[in-house]
Design a protein around this ligand. Sequence first.
Ligand code: AN0
Ligand code: CP
Length: 316
Amino acid sequence: MKKYTSVDDINDLIEFLQFTKEIKNNPLGNKQLGKDKTIGLLFFNPSLRTRLSTQKAAQNLGMDCMVMNLNSDSWTLEFEDGAVMDGSASEHVKEAAGVISQYCDIIAIRSFPTLTDKEKDEAETVISSFVKFASVPIISLEGAVEHPLQALADALTIEEYKTTQRPKVVLSWAPHPKALPQSVPNSFVKIMKKMEVDFVITHPEGYELNPKVTEGVKIEYDQEEAFKNADFIYAKNWSSYTDYGKVVNKDPNWTIGKRQMDLTDNARFMHCLPVRRNMIVTDEILDSDASIVIPEAHNRVYSAQAVITKILEGLK
Ligand code: AN0
Ligand code: CP
């Protein structure tokens, strides 16, 4: 594996999930692989799970890990080619990526979308610049349009908890006070398309995701209809794609509670976290046995470890 910035970087998902399961069964089995290797984790945005699970994954592989919060601890970076740097940016990504490549064998980056500049976001400007100017492999820790490590952990979690060969999985939009990226749902949709699942997306009108991503997927605007006989409910808020980055609806009827979960086939409740209680989902559901958000977050370690392992094997 040369990089992991999109779910599309996985060739054979079934095989990759099998590999991830093997790592989970024996997480310390490859402790020599990362010896004398360093991964750098660069954060332009906050994180709890991604930071700690990736650090843990590196540790399991015997790697050293360096972490930097770019916005608070480093120079402001310029990404535009040919820019006259007379503004707030002190350093160009060309030098920054080149320099960090001297210290790290793998660079992993979190950079959320602007949610104001669709073109810039769709070009995945920050992560793509690192792919271009770094001389080492790049991993996305959530970019402007995808969160591929999250999707891999989610797919593994569904594999582990499914009780039928072809479970019904529902991705449901839920309300949130702020405008959030479409990265998590985009990667989730992409990975569900590669799995043996009956997949449905439900959201209010106006929250259609990028049609290129959702092509061929059933969209049901009636949340209750969508929830009928579901085996997994995957909740997430995202901002509008068409009215780019806007919160066009905060309808509290979409908060997931007992009313909707009772329509399912004893569905498991999933969310990538962090989750706002009683906005996205009620306490009653999140605190119930239906919720598998903690084991889902646990799987972030193994999704990161599987990806780092594949990349390290590629470096040999
Ligand atoms: C981020 C998002 O929705 O993309 C990160 C989720 C993993 N969530 C928030 O900013 C609350
Ligand atoms: N799910 C996830 O990526 O969480 P963090 O934002 O805390 O890393």
